[in-house]
Ligand binder design. Structure first.
Ligand SMILES: Nc1nc2c(ncn2[C@@H]2O[C@H](COP(=O)(O)OP(=O)(O)O)[C@@H](O)[C@H]2O)c(=O)[nH]1
Ligand SMILES: [Mg+2]
Length: 310
């Protein structure tokens, strides 16, 4: 009973777009706290105006700096913006986090901007919520632009951006040019490519390389050279983002929305399975299976199958 009442109040405040309520709702969902399912159910179909932009690319390519520029631009036009920075759990890239927060801190007093960090994967304590659910909350809160920043190094990170309506991929000059892009499937998932750090040497070379890689594929997409640091080329990028944003309201928008919904459903389903593995539900099954595999009575794959079936 208590939980239901609390949820109703929270729902109301989220729908009003209150930042504190948004934060509370996301935390509730992340922690799988009491009433989180009611909350999500109540927020279902309450949004529909959010354009979700995924921003991915190798660490250090300037994603956060660029996101900061995008916040600036879209805020100037009065759009309500939210950023979900998906923290890599990897210690290699973890150092970039503090920088992100410090950089975006200048928006901290802007009521029209909501910035949230999420851990990408956590084993104990369950998943740190799913991106889809966070997007659902932000959308219901009236956010018009949701930016999901994630490090494009692994498959799992790339999956996170599959919930986006459009994906922006960042690269920089140097760093083994063609490799950065083709590696983690970035060439396939990108809708807009950004060669950042154009103030550095080799940017034109990277631009040419990227253009020819995109040309080799069936799908033509914009490749834009910018310097997030020097604030150069950003307007052209904003134009490209706007192009996608506007498409959402055209007949072709249905296709884009379907693709995003598909990404959300797959992500949520995966999380369900992961949660199932976390719960007391599985009990000592993993230990029992390990012993069976150790004794040669079961092969690994079958053991995994049995666990996932549970
Ligand atoms: N020279 C140059 N440096 C940049 C540019 N954009 C970002 N950086 C720097 O690159 C580093 C990594 O940027 P960050 O935004 O944290 O990258 P992320 O890991 O992709 O989010 C920081 O030191 C930035 O100041 C740029 O356009 N030119
Ligand atoms: Mg970053």
């Amino acid at each position: 009973m208590g939980a239901v009442v609390t949820t109703a109040v929270l729902v109301e405040q989220v729908l009003e777009g209150k930042r504190e309520a948004i934060a509370k709702a996301i935390t509730l969902v992340e922690n799988r706290g009491r009433g989180f399912e009611n909350l999500l159910a109540a927020l279902e179909r309450k949004g529909g105006n959010a354009f979700v932009l995924g921003v991915t690319g190798p660490p250090g390519t300037g994603k956060s700096t660029l996101v900061d520029r995008l916040i600036e631009r879209f805020r100037k036009r009065g759009l309500k913006v939210a950023v979900v920075a998906v923290d890599p759990t990897s210690p290699i890239t973890g150092g970039a986090l503090l920088g992100d927060r410090v950089r975006m801190l200048k928006h901290a007093t802007d009521r029209g901007v909501y910035i949230r960090s999420m851990a990408s994967r956590g084993w104990r304590g369950g998943l740190a919520g799913s991106t889809s659910e966070v997007v659902q909350i932000l959308d219901a809160a009236g956010t018009e632009l949701v930016i999901i920043e994630t490090v494009g190094i692994g498959q799992s990170d790339i999956e996170i951006v599959s919930v986006a309506h459009a994906v922006l991929v960042t690269v920089t000059p140097g760093l083994g040019d063609d490799i950065q892009v083709s590696k983690a499937g970035l060439l396939e998932i990108g809708d807009i490519f950004v060669v950042n750090k154009s103030d550095l040497e080799g940017a034109d070379f990277m631009l040419t390389a990227l253009l020819s890689m995109v040309r080799e594929q069936k799908r033509q997409r914009p490749v834009i050279k910018v310097s997030a640091l020097k604030d150069e080329g950003i307007d052209k990028l904003v134009e490209a983002v706007d192009g996608f944003r506007q498409t959402l309201t055209t007949p072709r928008g249905r296709e884009i929305k379907l693709k995003s919904l598909r990404g959300m459903i797959v992500e949520m389903a995966k999380n369900e399975v992961m949660e199932g593995l976390n719960e007391k539900l599985v009990g000592n099954l993993p230990d029992r299976l390990a012993r069976e595999v150790y004794d040669g009575r079961l092969d690994l794959r079958e053991a995994a199958r049995r666990l996932s079936r549970r």
